[in-house]
Design a protein around this ligand. Structure first.
Ligand code: GLA
Length: 735
């Protein structure tokens, strides 16, 4: 039983393998949060709440004789604006009379086996089972607003999934101006706040700072989760490191604007809230209507940041990612973007495909420029009609001939966009998000299509289906190449304009749901100028995401390192590209580019015909090697061995099979040294009591982990290594 309800104290305890989470329907029917931490016996932890009459902390009216009962400091499960809790709120409701308040009191609960779902939104799914759900109903009697808090408990991975449903049971409409997914109150603030900031071509850079009084927050107002911040944050104890210490991870399954804020209050307690970005948001809830928040996954590890990542990787791989390619082998691809940009014909692509086939590559992906009038990035988006003149053949012929060479065929699309110079825009200028009377903000010479509108979505979906039905397409790269601005829908009344961005995200999810259901055999890869929408919401529809437009192996070390805290390696699209690198102009060894790209869903992004013979030979060997280690890389445990941000001269990582019989240690030496000092890499995740062979020598697992391996002296800038580690069974005389 992962969920335990103790009737007399009205205490709910959620138990996972190593954690407990507790709350209580306490005095005056206020739902108090009591505990989240290391696993305990289900004992009422409310004794830890120090009650005091705190100046300027008002009391509930019913509690007026008890001046210690104040929502201003008591720990809550779902905080509301306007009821005397002045800390970060989850819910800001504007009632029909203009009053801004919700005062939620406990009504009842439901416990059941299995996992709740959220209509129209991504949510962790049943996977191979093990979920239990608790629903707690709260209500505001004055307005008739009912809030159901969902708790999905996955014992094995120390996960608690949270979301909320708001239903208007009153007679009058209520406007929601802020409705977040969860609030978590912690009794102290001796924690660090870790988050992942970035920019286009440098996403998810980790930053870790001690909590301070007041609010510290990250978020996006761009309509997408963005390159600039990621909807995944960590709270960890100051002493927590990779190997040990308590860490809490919070991942929001949402791809639009978001907020993640930690606030330290007057008595040094911490509140973390996360959800849809409230700036510009509002939602009109008519009587009888319901609103669902996106889901957040809360994960706790007592075994440091590695423990946190291992749990999250398993969670995403088993309970988030869906469809055929959750488990099926994903082909090694070659993408023509950096090889040709917009300058290609069908024959040129076939030349690349032909050589790629000879080198063992398994799929050709045709990137931007195959449709409408699209020889530059300034026109054509929205016109999803094959440009047969440019290709010199139909898409079907191209796909068939690529297939004839032994390769699968994949295609790039950017369905959410409309170029000003497009037939679609000329026919439907009002389909672009744009404010009346203003020319609008344009980026890459394109506007954003109003995906909050059904007619817009069905037009685009039908056009995509025509393409997908017309040729043998086995992969789609779904791109999105600008931040959203001019948030205004021509189809919604003034009072509903605050709904547009969220309706846009719901529209996107709906289309992805339709397409992934209709084309279950297609592998979808997400993309937004690389990793501008690298979030758990998108991973529900697309099992992998192009991690960054930056293909420089050395900068990728940082990007992939940061990405690995929250997401599994299998989700990371990563390619070998040409040098000098197109983004940084750096030259790195061909083999090093492969070492880095193999820590992901692997492929190439260059013209294979321009490679030297030795490089071609290398491609053959790399593809063979990647296939050999595919299961280890995609399904194994991933460890960050050293950080690209620390003083180490090598950035190293390791994949370990679940049964610990096999591992692969990889890394790049990023600094050369005269009269060199030793570079030692300590392995992790092996069985200390077993023996393993590395580079022809047999070592005890304990030696490899406590002592490490000694790297040879690097003879070349950015030299890299990939060392297989294999268990050696003891020789037995009796067999
Ligand atoms: C984005 C993607 C690139 C490429 C271009 C095409 O920037 O991230 O990989 O597909 O669009 O325009």
């Amino acid at each position: 039983m992962a969920i335990i309800y103790e009737e007399s104290g009205r205490v709910f305890t959620l138990q996972t393998s190593t954690s407990s989470y507790q709350m209580k329907a306490g005095e005056h029917d206020v739902l108090l949060h009591l505990y989240y931490g290391e696993k305990i016996e289900p004992y009422d932890m409310s004794y830890l709440i120090m009650r005091a009459d705190r100046g300027f902390s008002g009391n509930l009216y019913e509690a007026r004789k008890d001046r210690t009962f104040s929502l201003d400091y008591l720990p809550q499960e779902y905080s509301c604006f306007g009821n005397g809790d002045y800390r970060a709120d989850c819910l800001r409701a504007v009632n029909a009379d203009g009053s801004q308040c919700a005062d939620l009191r406990y009504k009842g609960y439901k416990i059941y086996k299995g996992k709740y779902g959220l209509p129209g939104l991504p949510a962790l799914h049943e996977g191979d089972g093990g979920w239990e759900t608790l629903e707690i109903a709260l209500e505001d009697s004055a307005s008739g607003l009912e809030v159901t808090l969902y708790y999905g408990v996955l014992e094995s991975l120390d996960v608690i999934a949270r979301a909320a449903r708001i239903v208007n049971h009153g007679q009058k409409p209520v406007r929601l101006e802020r409705v977040l997914s969860f609030c978590l109150d912690m009794p102290d603030s001796s924690m660090d706040f870790m988050h992942f900031y970035g920019k286009h071509t440098m996403e998810r850079m980790p930053e870790r700072l001690p909590l301070h009084h007041g609010s510290q927050s990250v978020g996006s107002r761009r309509g997408t989760s963005s390159h600039h911040h990621n909807p995944f944050v960590i709270l960890c104890r100051p002493e927590a490191c990779e190997e040990q210490g308590e860490c809490f991870g919070f991942s929001l399954l949402y791809s639009g604007s978001f907020t993640a804020a930690a606030e330290v209050d007057q008595i040094h307690q911490t509140r973390l809230v996360m959800g849809i970005g409230p700036d510009g948001f509002s939602w009109n809830l008519e009587p009888g209507e319901a609103f669902y928040t996106p889901e957040a996954a809360l994960v706790r590890s007592g075994e440091g940041l590695s423990g946190l990542s291992l749990r999250l990787h398993d969670l995403y791989r088993e309970y988030l990612i869906r469809g055929k390619y959750k488990t099926n082998y994903r082909p090694v691809l070659i993408n023509n973007w950096e090889a040709t940009y917009f300058d290609f014909t069908g024959e040129k692509l076939l030349d690349i495909a032909g050589e790629a086939a000879r080198l063992g590559i398994e799929m050709l992906v045709l990137d931007d420029g195959w449709f409408g009038k699209r020889d530059t990035d300034s026109s054509g988006l929205g016109d999803w009609v094959v440009n047969e003149k440019k290709l010199g053949m139909s898409l079907k012929e191209l796909a068939d001939r690529v297939n004839g060479l032994g390769l699968k065929f994949g295609l790039w699309v950017e369905p959410e966009m409309i170029s000003e110079d497009s037939d679609l825009y000329r026919a439907h200028p009002d389909w672009a998000l744009r404010m009346p009377g203003r020319p609008g903000n344009i980026a890459r010479e394109q506007f954003v299509l109003d995906f909050s509108r059904e007619e817009v979505r069905s037009h685009i979906e039908a056009a995509l289906c025509r393409i997908l039905d017309g040729a043998n397409i086995e992969y789609i790269k779904w791109d999105m190449n600008r931040s959203i601005a001019n948030v205004y829908s021509a189809a919604l009344p003034a009072e509903r304009q605050g709904e547009v961005l969220h309706r846009y995200v719901l529209g996107l999810y709906e289309m992805l749901e339709h397409l992934t259901a209709r084309y279950p055999d297609i592998l979808f890869e997400g993309c937004s100028g690389g990793g501008g929408r690298f979030d758990a919401g998108m991973l529900y529809y697309t099992p992998q995401i192009w991690c960054s437009d930056n293909t420089d192996a050395i900068e990728r070390l940082k990007i992939q390192y940061g990405t690995s805290f929250g997401s599994p390696v299998s989700a990371v699209g990563s390619h070998v590209s040409a040098c000098p690198n197109h983004q940084t102009f750096r030259t790195t060894p061909f083999d090093t580019r492969a070492t880095v790209a193999m820590a992901g869903s692997f492929g190439y992004e260059l013209d294979v015909n321009r490679l030297e013979e030795t490089e071609k030979e290398a491609v053959r060997a790399q593809v063979r090697e990647y296939k050999e280690y595919y299961r280890l890389v995609h399904d194994g445990d991933y460890y960050r061995l050293t950080s690209p941000f620390g003083g180490s001269r090598t950035v190293a990582w390791e994949f370990v099979s679940k049964d610990r019989s096999e591992a692969l240690v990889c890394g790049v030496v990023t600094a050369l040294e005269a009269n060199p000092s030793p570079i030692v890499v300590k392995l992790r995740g092996l069985d200390a009591g077993k023996k393993y062979a590395v580079n022809g020598t047999v070592y005890p697992g304990s030696a490899l982990m406590a002592g490490g391996i000694l790297l040879p002296v690097p003879q070349k800038e950015y030299w890299s290594y990939r060392y297989p580690v294999r268990e050696v069974k003891e020789e037995r005389d009796d067999v």
